[in-house]
Design a binder for this molecule. Sequence first.
Ligand SMILES: [Zn+2]
Length: 262
Amino acid sequence: MGEMRGSAVILRMTEYGDRDLIVVMLTESSGRVDVIARGAKGSKRFSGHLGLFYVVDFLAQSRSTGALATLKEVRVIRGFIGLSQHLERLATASVLAESFVKSSVSEETDPDAFHLAVSSLARLDTCDAEQCLAVMCHSVVHLLRLRGVLADLWHCHRCGVVLDGNHRVAFSVPDLVPFCPTCVSRTQPQSLISGTAMRWLQTWYDHWDLSVAGRSIQDGVVHRDELWFLYDQLLLPALMSLINGRIQSAAFLQTAMGRGSS
Ligand SMILES: [Zn+2]
C-alpha cells in the first residue's frame, strides 16, 4: 500500500512485545487498516493520541503489499471519554467495535461503515445507561443493512402481505427474513417478536439518525426485556453468521446488563 493517510476510528488495541501496539482502525477511505505503533508503550511517542474509540488523523507506511503497516503519525480529533464512565456504555461500544472490525474488509473503501461507527460511538458517549442497548441495536441494524443482510422489513417473505407492526412477526434466524403470523408455522428455525418490537426495527431501519433509538423505546422492565430479546435472539445470531464466528464482547455485555447466560 505504500503510504496511507486519512481519518480513522480506533476499534482495537493489543500489546505486541514490550514496547509496541497493534492498532486496528476503521478508516474513512480504506476500510479496516491494521498497523503497528512501534515504541508506543511506555514512551512519549504518540502520547495522548492513541486510545480505544479515538477518532484520529493518521499516516501509515508499509514496505510491501500484505505486510503490517507502520503507524508514523497520529493526531486525535475526538475522544469519547464518556464511554468509560458507565459499564453499559463501554460494553455496548465494545460489542459494536468488534462487530465493525470483524465485518470489515481490509483496505477496501467503506465510508458508510466508518461514519456509522463514529456516530454510534458519539451517541453512546452521552446516552443514558438505559438507552445504550437501543442505540447499539439501532446501529447493528444499519451495519447488517450495509452488509446486505437486512433487505425488506415490510413484507412477509412468503406471501408478500404488508407487515404493519400491529401483529407478531416471525424471523428466520440467522438470516433475518420476516414472515407474517399465517406463514409463521411453516418456517424453521424462527424467533417470534411482538408488533412493538417490529415497529422498532422498522423505525431504526428507516432512520440513520441514531437519536431515534432513544426516543423509540420507553423505559420499563417489559421493554428492556423485549429489547434484550431482539439483540440476543435476532441481531447477535445474525452478526455471528455474518462474521462466521463469535462476538467475544457479548459475554461482557451480558454481565454489564445483568443478564444470566442463556
Ligand atoms: Zn405470510
